[in-house]
Design a protein around this ligand. Structure first.
Ligand SMILES: Cc1cc2nc3c(=O)[nH]c(=O)nc-3n(C[C@H](O)[C@H](O)[C@H](O)COP(=O)(O)O)c2cc1C
Length: 341
């Protein structure tokens, strides 16, 4: 197995362990909903539908990019794809770098389109892989392999620096994204992997042609912790375990920017319940996304595991909307929450 395949396999094993989650919280815990004793809502009429990139989904959760690139990853991707096809949810495959380096690994990604012919599926490539002259044929190959509806570019300098074998050069990523935007006809989503995206960075990404920003803030999976655990025999850097901008900080800063610029914001990094999803919408997010709880649910109970998790969130989200006097997610705003004193 290649170095990348080994790493991707380790990532699933280590992220399932709650010890690799941030101690620093996502920030959702600092807010409380304002209860409405007179909601005037029939829960049977409450809708959890939400729109992203012009497409309507049944539930506002994007299954974040996670895996691909080794045989078991193909099975995980198949489960996610089957579930998303059935439920009408969007999802992203994990980094497709491995298939660019070894064509034999393509099937572990392309399985998703076979299992989900009509789902909204995103390609995934690291920002560092876009440095220099854009290899248009390779980008086309990774998009075509899953007939992608959008391309996700992940920005993960903390994670790379924590990996002994990770990338060290982050110069030229922004112009790489600009070149990508000029060469593909599908939208680009930029995301972090758990350390968050600031307003300053968001502006640069939007100027480069990005349509959606997935904040992937701190509060959920800590890649510093993952990499420290993965390489326990090497020199660990525990001081970076809590590094990153919290998800709610990112959301507040980016949704403020929506007054100036037209783009969509995905709330992710520590989304662990329907409460976090609803609070994200109150803070202005257009959609939410989640990784660790999904891979954990699949590892425990496969397709049924992911179905049980999302069904519970769906039930809870309908209750929350009812208790706030709303029938749709679009009605949620800052008046429905208060900052704890
Ligand atoms: C097992 C695992 C593998 C991941 N691999 C990728 C990846 O290949 N590309 C990517 O953009 N993000 C990757 N991520 C990061 C997630 O997409 C997400 O941004 C991050 O885990 C924060 O969300 P969470 O707190 O819900 O886990 C991975 C996450 C997990 C748990």
């Amino acid at each position: 197995m290649s170095e990348i395949s080994d790493r991707k396999k380790d990532h699933i094993q280590f992220t399932i362990d709650e010890g690799t989650q941030y101690k620093q919280r996502s920030g959702f815990e600092n807010y409380t909903f304002i209860h409405n004793a007179l909601p005037e809502v029939n829960i049977a009429e409450v809708s959890t539908e939400a729109v992203l990139l012009g497409k309507r989904f049944s539930f506002p959760v994007f299954i974040s990019s996670m895996t691909g690139g080794y045989s078991e990853a193909g099975q995980v991707n198949a489960i996610i794809a089957e579930f998303c096809e059935h439920k009408n949810l969007p999802f992203g495959v994990g980094s497709q770098r491995a298939m660019l380096e070894d064509e034999m690994l393509t099937d572990t990604f392309s399985i998703v389109r076979k299992k989900a012919p009509s789902a909204f599926i995103c390609s995934n490539i690291g920002g560092a892989q876009l440095i220099g002259n854009l290899m248009e044929d390779k980008i086309k190959r990774l998009i075509d392999s899953i007939e992608a509806n959008a391309v996700i570019v992940h920005l993960n300098p903390l994670q790379e620096l924590m990996q002994p074998e990770g990338d060290r050069n982050f110069k030229g990523i922004l112009s790489g994204i600009e070149n990508l935007a000029n060469s593909v006809s599908i939208p680009i989503i930029a995301k972090e992997t758990g350390a968050g995206i600031s307003k300053h960075v968001a502006k640069k990404l939007l100027n480069a042609g990005v349509s959606v920003i997935d904040v992937a803030g701190a509060g959920g999976t800590s890649w510093a912790k993952v990499e420290n655990q993965r390489d326990s025999n090497l020199d660990p850097h525990f001081d970076f375990d809590e590094w990153g901008n919290s998800t709610t900080d990112c959301l507040i800063n980016l949704t403020n920017l929506q007054w100036e610029r037209k783009f969509e914001v995905i709330s992710s990094g520590g989304i662990r319940s329907a409460f976090d999803i609803a609070k994200s919408f109150c803070l202005g997010a257009d959609f939410a996304a989640c990784a660790q709880p999904i891979i954990k649910a699949i590892s425990i109970n496969g397709l049924d595991g992911i179905d049980e998790l999302v069904s519970k969130w769906e039930h809870d989200l309908k209750m929350i909307l009812t208790l706030l006097g709303c029938t749709t997610l679009k009605e949620l705003n800052s008046s429905h929450i208060k900052l704890n004193s």
